[in-house]
Design a binder for this molecule. Sequence first.
Ligand code: PLP
Ligand code: ZN
Length: 401
Amino acid sequence: VDRLECRFCNKDYPYDPFSPFCPDCREPLLVPSPVPPRAFHPAESLALTRFREFLPLAAIDPALSLGEGSTPLLPLDRLADRLGLPALFAKNETLNPTQSFKDRGTAVAIQNARRLGFRRIGTVSTGNMAASTAAYGARAGLETVVLLKEGTPEENILMAGIHRPRLLVVEGDYGRLFYESLALGRRHRILFMNSIDPFRIEGYKLTGFEIFLQLGRRVPDLLLAPLSSGGHLIGLLKSFLELKGLGFADRLPVVVGVQAEGCAPLARAFAAGAPRIKIFENPETIAHAISNPNPPAGTLVLKMMKDAGGLIAAVSDAEMLEAQGFLAQEGLFCQPDSATTLAALIKLSRERSFARDATAVLVVTGSGLKNLKALDSLRLPRARLTLSGLAGALAAGGTDA
Ligand SMILES: Cc1ncc(COP(=O)(O)O)c(C=O)c1O
Ligand SMILES: [Zn+2]
């Protein structure tokens, strides 16, 4: 792919890896949708090759993959019954190589870096993308530059650092850092594969394709995903738009992007019916991974969500922690950022009723190990006793708290 398209100007432009923005309106450019005929290759073991006909790559080097994707779609029947929710599934993206969905995007972006002959790659990250890019950079034997926001949880810094990238914690405006990185990338020939890199977004489509196949070639009624910069949501929307465009599906899911109330520029703009976001001043939430006060694809997300009949919701820190606990009761440990999806579905189910046979899928984007500090407030109970007291304690049954 050498040309990218602008969804506002309805034109395509040459692909510039250092500025994937429309030269006319400055909005982010996307890879054009594939044209028919296209087929899945279900027998392939790598997700990248299974869906290769839907990716903008002429060749795929399997040596650059860490085995991302192909994650389970876990039914949550008991939880759905208990909370009065529609048939519920979790797409468990915590099982990716660096324990978040970011690997799907990095896996495609690194193929693009190889194709273009880059020796150095980089990213600007609040955490999960840092670990992912550092791991794939190491795998490919490329020098990797990771620019981190101040205040990134220590777990994320360590998970990136172990792969020995150049790890730079940068003070100052995170919004500006995004554009600055691309400009420096041009000067020093570093491919910055940031949150809305068009090839990264292509990787996120595979989540949607997998869900479609795992549901028996059906589109879920609701698809909920946490929303920050918007790259992930654009990828998910794109997958179902392409399935529909290519004739595999006859409708779209209602896609629900979920933000933290403490940093909700997109939810605010959406509620106000505004076509653009306003920078969210003084963000404050435990959900660091989805806390982008000035998402550079804001206008594009608002347009695509409006066109597709999607929704943008926001939930409080208390609501996401409660939902994190509900998912843990089903055996799933995700970061609070990812539990926003369940919290939003619980809220939605109070406001509207669903068809009896409705299906909802939560994209559980990242592991709970990514942010252990968020668990401090729970004061998880543990009892201390001597060996001789153990028999008596177990005879008494299970209330050690
Ligand atoms: C765990 C988790 N979920 C969701 C998101 C949101 O993705 P995006 O920034 O593409 O909207 C992020 C982004 O970093 C994340 O780390
Ligand atoms: Zn444009």
